[in-house]
Design a binder for this molecule. Structure first.
Ligand SMILES: C[S@@+](CC[C@H](N)C(=O)[O-])C[C@H]1O[C@@H](n2cnc3c(N)ncnc32)[C@H](O)[C@@H]1O
Length: 349
């Protein structure tokens, strides 16, 4: 790899350098501790509601299968865990170019988002960079992994300066950012397992086709849909330039809605668990079933979880106390994040 000096200066970034609801980065010692103590001979881990990919990063010495219904998460997961080799010098050169380029022209971002989550100038730059990544990819200058790493770099940079409180349900009216949009070089490993696979689909469909030693399940807990909260990152990652609506400038998200955020959560979880092919199923679910406001109420009760997991084998529960995310509406202090480990009966799945 060329040195920073020979290319120009840039900063680097790691997987946890973003905000994401339900991100398990802080819980990694707890999660990997349970797996180390309780599970034997784990070689393949499937993280089927992967979000940022934080949990997969704790198992980077294993073969990984990642999945998320959101394309923006799929792209980041492919950047961090993909098996395809990439050229770090090429990425660094483009990061330096994108950080110095001056863009005046209108584009999809200025036309639809100027003065909302970002200033007009930042929108001009975001739209230019995203378009340029796609153009270079289609011209064969970037491979799939290089494209994914650059999109990841852009999404992380956007997250740092967005005029939001971390999600895109609303922007801070009249606010301005004094921070420039600054892309960083994601330190994506070059030595990932060559058989790693990254998917972008409904976990309920995927589990019918994959086999793993351990399947980790971290579904949404409540009615807050991730496609609503992160619509803008999803829009930029996909770059299909859809029409957007309302004050929050959201696109049509019907195909991205999760059943785990609705009253169908129990049925969805039941068929998911029935279809999993693994020796261990590990579920993260917090204990907010009856706490907080109605929006943060959990969709699966402990009774549902235990009844369903026990159809597959013995279930053990582990608990770690941490302070939950709260939008300020709920009366929530300490919340236990729990892990439900199902040791699947042999011959099942
Ligand atoms: C609690 S978050 C996972 C957080 C993740 N463990 C992390 O550390 O970043 C839940 C994730 O599930 C995804 N999701 C929701 N419904 C899904 C489904 N039916 N299939 C696959 N992914 C889904 C959401 O997009 C979201 O990223």
């Amino acid at each position: 790899m060329e040195t920073a000096k020979s290319i120009g200066s840039y900063k680097t970034t790691l997987i946890n350098n973003r905000r994401y609801l339900g991100n398990k980065y802080r819980l990694l010692p707890f999660i990997s501790g349970v797996v180390e103590r309780e599970c034997r001979d784990i070689q393949v881990v499937a993280d089927i509601f992967a979000g940022t990919g934080a949990v997969s990063s704790a198992f980077s010495d294993k073969r990984l299968i990642t999945n998320d219904i959101m394309y923006s998460n799929y792209v980041c997961n492919f950047a961090w865990f993909g098996a395809q080799p990439y050229d770090p010098a090429k990425i660094a050169e483009l990061v330096v170019y994108y950080n110095t380029v001056i863009v005046a022209e209108e584009n999809y971002m200025t036309q639809n988002f100027a003065g909302t989550y970002f200033s007009r100038d930042d929108c001009a730059k975001i739209g230019f960079i995203r378009g340029d990544i796609e153009r270079r990819f289609h011209q064969g200058e970037l491979n799939h992994r290089e494209r994914a790493i650059l999109i990841t770099s852009l999404l992380y940079a956007m997250d740092k300066i967005a005029l939001t409180c971390g999600h895109y349900d609303a922007f801070r009216q009249g606010a301005t950012s004094d921070q420039p949009l600054e892309l960083r070089l994601p330190l994506a490993p070059q030595d990932n397992d060559p058989e790693n696979q990254c998917f972008n689909e409904d976990a309920n469909n995927l589990v019918k086709r994959i086999t793993a030693d351990l399947v980790y399940i971290d579904p949404p807990y409540n009615s807050r849909q991730y496609c609503d909260t992160y619509h803008l990152l999803e829009n930029v990652a996909r770059w299909e330039k859809p029409e957007v609506f309302g004050v929050a400038r959201k696109m049509d998200r019907r195909r991205l809605k999760s059943r785990y955020c609705t009253r169908e959560a129990v049925t969805a979880f039941e068929s998911l668990v029935a279809d999993i092919q693994a020796r261990y199923i590990l579920l993260s679910y917090n204990n907010m079933a009856t706490k907080g406001n109605s929006r943060s109420n959990a969709k699966l009760t402990d009774e549902d979880i235990l009844r369903i997991l026990r159809t597959r084998g013995e279930v053990k529960i582990f608990s770690s106390v941490y302070k939950a995310f709260s939008a300020g509406q709920s009366d929530i202090s300490d919340n236990a994040e729990r892990l439900f480990l199902c040791i699947c009966d042999e011959g099942e799945g």
